[in-house]
Ligand binder design. Structure first.
Ligand SMILES: NC(=O)c1ccc[n+]([C@@H]2O[C@H](COP(=O)([O-])OP(=O)(O)OC[C@H]3O[C@@H](n4cnc5c(N)ncnc54)[C@H](O)[C@@H]3O)[C@@H](O)[C@H]2O)c1
Ligand SMILES: [Zn+2]
Ligand SMILES: [Zn+2]
Length: 368
């Protein structure tokens, strides 16, 4: 079928063009996209910072929409179902089978190469194959996804569906880092470095989990103000405070129990580790390409028995976690609608620019 898609052919470039979308294969579904979130990882992919990326590719991996057609082996979804699309996983490796699809051994190919799990692509133009980011490619009017990465959302009115885009990646990542990995004990402290889509979700989740000190660190004052509305008890503007780690230790009386690094800045891994108290847990969510950091091991990790953890997609099993996040949204406890600014699909470049400048926390593209 004919679709309109935002195609990236070379680093940094996006062009809205007509293309051809194949029919869904046996385990796949065809989704008419209603809305599609812009995540920092799209920007990292388009800019070529992620080593496994291939071009040309259609980015976008936070689509919500309506199932229009299902492959012959799909028995979990039917035409008309409302779905939030999320990250892909093979479903066959030992990590997937053990309930950890975020640790799938095929993650890099499936997330970044543009190919689906059979190694082929679904979008083409004049006979040339075009990849689909996250085996999804949601910056387009329609997308093909495996039924494993389309999560049925129920009980949300159609006019609210567009707010749920980031449940598929950014919000799942931040909320999952807190709820699935840190699992905060009551009355504990949690620091979030970077109050973007991921970080704001981490703040909201820390409030849900019952943390009594929630510290948001950012460099954009409006984001810090917003973080307070979501439960941050303290904020630190990293541009105005000389020693962020010392400030966190002062606020928490010796160091935080947990920290989430979601600024996208590799060097902040060190701060996220150094700001912890003994037995603290730091969770690194940022996508930082081949960047390396140096950490004094004995002082920050071994001696204080601190855990430094990397985590993809909030350590979530999306078919279980996304419906839970939708319940929190319905209950008003995960107000992701307040992060959002909508853009027409044709204004995709403006959406990226506003995300980059800090004007918009979560840009969402709308499709007719
Ligand atoms: N692990 C995963 O599965 C996963 C999923 C989604 C996104 N990500 C990654 O998470 C990161 C955050 O994504 P996002 O969409 O929230 O990005 P974003 O750009 O919306 O947010 C980053 C925030 O960091 C802030 N920041 C910049 N400099 C800072 C500093 N010195 N100290 C503190 N904060 C600072 C920015 O002002 C911004 O608010 C990105 O690296 C993204 O690629 C990872
Ligand atoms: Zn797998
Ligand atoms: Zn993402």
């Amino acid at each position: 079928m004919k679709i309109t898609a935002a195609i990236t052919r070379t680093k940094g470039e996006i062009s809205i063009e007509e293309a051809e979308l194949a029919a869904p294969k046996a385990s796949e579904v065809l989704v008419k996209i209603i809305a599609s979130g812009v995540c920092h990882t799209d920007a990292a992919g388009i800019e070529g910072f992620i080593p496994w990326i291939t071009f040309p590719q259609v980015f976008g991996h936070e689509g919500v929409g309506i199932v229009e057609e299902v492959g012959i082996a799909v028995d979990t979804l039917k035409p008309g179902d409302r779905v939030a699309m999320t990250f892909p996983s093979c479903g066959r490796c030992k990590y997937c089978l053990d309930g950890h699809p975020y640790a799938c051994v095929h993650l890099n190919e499936l997330f970044f190469s543009g190919a689906y799990k059979d190694g082929t692509r679904r979008i083409s133009q004049n006979g040339e194959d075009i990849g689909s980011f996250f085996a999804q490619g949601a910056f387009a009017t329609h997308a093909i996804v495996d039924a494993r990465n389309a999560v049925k959302v129920e009980g949300i009115p159609d006019d609210k569906l567009k707010y749920l885009c980031s449940l598929g990646c950014g919000v799942q990542t931040g909320a999952g880092a807190v709820l699935n990995r840190c699992k905060p004990k009551p009355a504990t402290s949690l620091v979030v470095f970077g109050s973007g889509g991921v970080g704001m979700a981490a703040v909201m989740a820390a409030a849900i989990a019952g943390c009594t000190q929630i510290i948001a660190v950012d460099v954009v004052p409006s984001r810090l103000e917003m973080a307070k509305e979501f439960g941050a008890t303290d904020t630190i503007n990293a541009k105005e405070v000389d020693d962020v780690v010392a400030k966190i230790k002062e606020i928490t009386g010796g160091g935080a129990h947990y920290s989430i690094e979601s600024s996208g800045i590799p060097a902040l891994t060190l701060q996220a580790t150094a700001c912890l108290r003994r037995m603290g847990i730091a969770v690194i969510c940022s996508v930082t390409g081949p960047a390396e950091v140096s950490i004094p091991l004995e002082m920050y990790l071994m001696n204080p028995s601190v855990t430094l953890a990397g985590l993809t997609e909030g350590g979530s099993n999306p078919q279980i976690f996304i419906p839970k996040l939708a319940e929190y949204f319905k209950a008003g406890r995960l107000p992701v609608d307040r992060l959002v600014k909508f853009y027409d699909f044709k204004d995709i470049k403006q959406a990226f620019a506003d995300s980059h400048s800090g004007v918009t926390v979560k840009p969402i593209l709308l499709f007719d």
